[in-house]
Every structure is written in structure tokens, then in C-alpha cells.
Design a binder for this molecule. Structure first.
Ligand code: COA
Length: 159
């Protein structure tokens, strides 16, 4: 039976930190579904379609990775995708507390769905999409944190 994992997030936009987690997950599982959440509550900078397109372009070389959008409960998406694993990246203890709570609630709703945590590579431990956008907004260089296509998309949207 093939092991399908979902890596959910807002990806506003996808960064090298996310890409590192996805590539490592793609080594562990048969297929990784990168699920771009609507996350209306976060009032995203890029709309859903743009976030999906940017992630798809950034991950184009990864054969067993698929990018989709989703709205609704993660457990419902897992059933629909026949996924048995949720992957989450953990940057810090603070991340872990929030992640453990989400994993616990998802387990309450779908006991057969396992959440697996990968520690974020130290190079990306302080990275967040919000900080990348903020650096770009103030004229800083974000080349180190996101692929060139994403950098250009941020600059274009800001201009
Ligand atoms: N490297 C760099 N940055 C990382 C990272 C990594 N490895 N892992 C997380 N981040 C950053 C993200 O850039 C993001 O930054 P931002 O807040 O500046 O945008 C932040 O950490 C956390 O975002 P993300 O991982 O995208 O998670 P999220 O909190 O936005 O999304 C969902 C959470 C979508 C997975 C969750 O809300 C969900 O499952 N929603 C569906 C509804 C549902 O089922 N709810 C019940 C859950 S029990």
C-alpha cells in the first residue's frame, strides 16, 4: 500500500524552509501532497491560486510531490486523498506546543491519521513567510530565503 503524506500550510509564500521539509518528506513517503490552505483568518498576501502556482513552480522538479488547494478540515482532506500521514515542520518549542495540540485534535477526529514532525533545518529555523514579506517590503534582499520566482512575485505584488 502506498504511503501518502499531506504537508498542509498557508504557504504565503512557500519558502526554502518549507521546500526543505517537503523534499525530506518526499524521500520518506511514496507521495507528498502539499495542501495550500485557504487560511482566510490570516488574510493572505497572495491569493489561493497564486500560492498554489508559486508552490507548484518551486516544486516542479519533485516527481512524487503534488500541490493542491484546500478549504475545510484537514482530516476530511486526508480521507479524500487517502493519506495516512500529516507532516509538519517544527522550528522551535513554541511551534511544538501548537503543533502537538493540532495533532491531538486531528487524532481525536481521525485516529488512524498519524502526524509526523520533522525538525526544520537550522538554516531555516527563524524563517517565516511573514518575515520574508516584511524584509522584501522594506527593500531587503530575500534571495537567500525563497526561490527566485517567488522573490520576483513578491516584488511584483509590492510594486
Ligand atoms: N520553514 C520556514 N517557515 C516555516 C516552516 C519551515 N519549515 N514551517 C512553518 N513555517 C512558518 C510558515 O511560513 C508560517 O509563517 P507565517 O505565520 O508567517 O505565515 C508559520 O510558520 C506557520 O504556518 P503554516 O505551517 O503554514 O501553518 P498555518 O498555521 O498557517 O496552517 C493549517 C495551519 C492550515 C495546517 C491548519 O490551520 C489546518 O489544518 N487548517 C485546516 C482546518 C482544520 O482542520 N482545523 C482543525 C485543526 S485541529
Amino acid at each position: 500500500m502506498s504511503k501518502i503524506a499531506i504537508y498542509p500550510g498557508t504557504f504565503d509564500p512557500i519558502t526554502h524552509g518549507h521546500i526543505n521539509i517537503i523534499q525530506r518528506s518526499a524521500e520518506l513517503f511514496d507521495k507528498v501532497v502539499v495542501a495550500v490552505a485557504k487560511s482566510a483568518g490570516k488574510n493572505p498576501f497572495f491569493d489561493m491560486q497564486q500560492r498554489v502556482e508559486l508552490a507548484t513552480t518551486a516544486l516542479a522538479n519533485n516527481v512524487n510531490v503534488e500541490v493542491i488547494d484546500f478549504e475545510g478540515l484537514l482530516v476530511d482532506l486526508a480521507k479524500q486523498q487517502q493519506a495516512t500521514i500529516i507532516v509538519r515542520g517544527v522550528r522551535s518549542i513554541a511551534d511544538f506546543e501548537y503543533e502537538a495540540q493540532m495533532a491531538g485534535m486531528n487524532r481525536q477526529m481521525m485516529p488512524e491519521l498519524e502526524t509526523i514532525f520533522l525538525t526544520t533545518h537550522s538554516e531555516w529555523a527563524d524563517l517565516s513567510s511573514t518575515l520574508v514579506r516584511d524584509i522584501a517590503r522594506h527593500g531587503g534582499d530575500v534571495s537567500k530565503f525563497v526561490p527566485a520566482t517567488i522573490k520576483h512575485a513578491i516584488l511584483e505584488k509590492l510594486s
